[in-house]
Design a protein around this ligand. Structure first.
Ligand code: ADP
Ligand code: MN
Ligand code: MN
Ligand code: MN
Length: 332
């Protein structure tokens, strides 16, 4: 007998990479082999020297095909087996290892927007729905659009064994969120990328497209972010490391923001529950700050912080590397 392995990888599209995947039929019991693809079709190689290598790094049951089939997250390598320049996971690995003694945890809130027929799902033809106000965590056919897709996606993530921890409807119609974590830097990133692939794949069967565009509709409509919640052992035990983490992030604020997703300036305007992209602030319960200390954390005097800056289209391998490096080196 055989099984189907869906090899998933991150391409070289600029300025925001996209997911690609293809299927390999393998004998039952066979290990997941290294494989290859045409990098000239993914902006990862010139046509004259087009071979790129897929190295399996994380696999889970395939909730779409079910049976003994698998989803396989891969790193992209060059034919000499060194990491491709687009391989951000390879840059995270040594940082995660260096600071593993601090046991960093990440919980990422992935916001996204459904589109159908060229407009956000729930937007009327040629116009706009009622202003924002009752869509967030709403219920009812006049407030909520796409729940059937969202439920199918949640079930798929759970069946795959991903560390998905919740879902909610967001502030703009057709906009939703799922949360992954808390998990280690590599695990949260691998799980988030596979959860993104499943989102696109599940929505495909409904004739709906999901996008991570950070500002899918201009004007008085919320953008889409990927709030990144973070803690270390020390932060989970007392309060001074919580403040020290915020101050470490302040010192390297511009370096982080530059790597938090394309078009971040369109979303971090200072309006719609954001802080301006070129200013740094932190505060308790403050959803207008760059970094929020949740109220429960102040009461408990320990816990985690929420970096509210990352865009929905960020790469978790990059964001978790930067936060781990910046905060863990300051707390070491
Ligand atoms: P919000 O109130 O900002 O919408 P959510 O409930 O959507 O918050 O997301 C909070 C995230 O924080 C979840 O993914 C959760 O797993 C994560 N989280 C909780 N505790 C920790 C922790 N100690 N370290 C890192 N992440 C955490
Ligand atoms: Mn949330
Ligand atoms: Mn949200
Ligand atoms: Mn949040």
């Amino acid at each position: 007998m055989v099984y189907k392995a869906e090899y998933i990888w991150i391409d070289g599209t600029e300025p925001t990479a996209r997911l690609r995947s293809k299927t390999r039929v393998l004998d039952d019991g066979a290990e997941l082999p290294i494989w290859g693809f045409d990098g000239s079709s993914t902006n990862q190689a010139p046509g004259s020297n087009s071979d790129c290598v897929l190295k399996p790094v994380f696999s889970c049951p395939d909730p779409i095909r079910k049976g003994g089939n698998k989803l396989v997250m891969c790193e992209v390598l060059l034919p000499d087996m060194t990491p491709h320049v687009t391989n951000a996971r390879a840059q995270l690995t040594p940082i995660a290892e260096r600071f593993a003694d601090q046991d960093p945890w990440f919980g990422i809130e992935q916001e996204y927007t459904f589109f159908k027929d060229g407009r956000p799902y729930g937007f009327p033809i040629g116009g706009f729905p009622a202003p924002q106000g009752f869509y967030y965590c709403g219920v009812g056919a006049d407030e909520v659009y796409g729940r059937e897709v969202v439920e199918a996606h949640l079930d798929a993530c759970l069946e795959a064994g991903l560390g998905i921890s919740g879902i909610n409807a967001e502030v703009m119609p057709g906009q939703w969120e799922f949360q992954v974590g808390p998990l280690s830097p590599l695990d949260v990133s691998d799980h988030l990328w596979v959860a993104r692939w499943l989102l696109y794949r599940v929505a495909e069967d409904f004739g709906i497209a999901a996008t991570l565009d950070p500002k899918p509709v201009e004007g008085d409509w919320n953008g889409a972010g990927a709030h990144t919640n973070f803690s270390t052992t020390a932060m989970r035990e007392s309060y001074p490391p919580i403040i020290a983490a915020c101050e470490a992030l302040e010192k390297r604020a511009s370096e982080h923001v530059e790597c938090y997703g394309a078009n971040i300036d369109l979303r971090l305007t200072g309006l719609h529950e954001t802080a301006p992209w070129n200013e740094f602030s932190y505060g308790v319960s403050d959803r207008g700050a760059s970094v929020r200390i949740p109220w429960q954390v102040e009461i408990d005097q320990k816990g985690y912080i929420e970096d509210r800056r990352p865009n929905a289209n960020m790469d978790p391998y990059v964001v978790s590397r930067l936060i781990t490096e910046t905060v863990c080196s300051a707390l070491a």
